[in-house]
Design a protein around this ligand. Structure first.
Ligand SMILES: Nc1ncnc2c1ncn2[C@@H]1O[C@H](COP(=O)(O)OP(=O)(O)OP(=O)(O)O)[C@@H](O)[C@H]1O
Length: 244
């Protein structure tokens, strides 16, 4: 990164900042000395092969796991009640109970989060072709992901963390879901999206972070990356992870 980019970054209040964050599970290093920052109004792709540390990074940002060392800030707050109120996290596994209907899952989210927006949630349900009366247990994997996204994006959060949001959605529907991401996220907020399906999703990214064996190996603006390398993000990803 250039000096002027550094100065610009320092002037904008960062939504998320990691400084030298490391995390081990037993003797397995899941994150190694990761430093990054995400400013407002950005859609950031978090890319990495299986086990590279994407979920760990998101869980630490969401305040669900603690780093062993390093510091994390969300709009200047250390992880805790204030930072959690600013973040909407979509985990890679369903967070609703299987006995719930779609409507009950949304009501639960509404009761839990002060920033839940009922109007947005209604528009998202229509967009996702879900009905309040649908039973969560009878939804297909792809429809469950649509519900997960509806729950996450129905909040007016500052930072959305979406862990593999389109893995179970069929290729035809992916474009529709990506359009929902772009349409329903808040202008001044930012979104970090982890994925393996880079070719499908790279069109929505402003910036990508590539993580390999717990280390951040690349952080770049997508336009710049395409201009510098003459390659798509997907092509570059395949090169970086060729031996994984
Ligand atoms: N709770 C845990 N206990 C032990 N090891 C863990 C735990 N969570 C993650 N790990 C290990 O940490 C490393 C990073 O895992 P993580 O889930 O963050 O990767 P990921 O990039 O999200 O992978 P995937 O794309 O397969 O979901 C892996 O080696 C994983 O086995």
């Amino acid at each position: 990164m250039t000096g002027s980019a550094n100065r610009e970054e320092a002037e904008v209040e960062q939504l998320l900042e990691f400084e030298a964050v490391s995390k081990k599970y037993g003797n397995k290093a899941a994150l190694r000395d990761v430093s990054l920052s995400v400013g407002p109004g950005r859609i950031v792709g978090l890319l990495g092969s299986n086990g590279s540390g994407k979920t760990t990074l998101m869980r630490i940002a969401a305040g669900l796991d603690r780093p062993d060392s390093g510091t994390v800030r969300v709009l200047g707050h250390e992880p805790g009640r204030a930072s959690k109120a600013l973040i909407s996290f979509m985990p890679d596994r369903p967070q609703f109970e299987r006995w719930m209907t779609v409507g009950e899952a949304l009501d639960f989210q509404r009761d839990f989060f002060a920033d839940f927006d009922p109007d947005k949630s209604k528009r998202m349900l229509e967009f996702m072709k879900l009905s309040r009366g649908d039973k969560a247990s009878s939804l297909s994997k792809g429809m469950q992901e649509r519900l997960q996204l509806t729950l996450a994006l129905s909040r007016r959060a500052s930072l959305y963390l979406l862990d593999e949001p389109i893995g179970g959605v069929d290729p035809v529907a992916r474009g529709h879901i990506l359009d929902a991401l772009v349409e329903f996220y808040e202008e001044d907020s930012s979104m970090i999206v982890s994925t393996h399906l880079i070719a499908d999703i790279e069109r929505i990214f402003d910036e990508v972070l590539m993580i390999k064996e717990g280390s951040l190996v690349l952080r770049q603006e997508v336009e710049q990356l395409r201009m510098d390398s003459g390659k798509s993000v997907d092509q570059l990803f395949k090169e970086v992870y060729a031996e994984c």
